[in-house]
Design a protein around this ligand. Sequence first.
Ligand code: RB5
Length: 142
Amino acid sequence: MKIAIGSDHGGYRLKVYLKSLLEELGYEVIDVGCQSESSVDYPDFASLVCESVLTDKAGAGILVCGTGIGMSMAANRQPGIRAALCHNEYTARMSREHNDANVLCLGERVLGTGLAESIVRTWLQTTFAAGRHVTRIEKFDK
Ligand code: RB5
């Protein structure tokens, strides 16, 4: 599976770390930027990752900013994107099982790299439970 990853300056270092992790795990990574810690606007990178997911260039997306909040707000404005801001393995697992999240949002200033890695591993390993959750998703994701 291909994974699109993007960040702003506040998430740049964690994005670099996660990109290496994903490549080690055998994923093909589409890195939409940014490419330094110089100040940029997070919605620009949220749009690029969402576009990759919505056009099936990537099977999933990961967005990192300082808190993960701006990225999740921007990503969730795009119809068809179900972006989940996760702070632990439990929310990562549930965002896949119950919400079929297709974008994971993380905050570099909130998480250590160990926890962020564990969240990403959990999120990628968990599948959608479907069943009653399909009806619920269809109520907002048309
Ligand atoms: C950038 O300073 C910061 O506002 C951004 O990375 C993010 O946390 C916004 O939600």
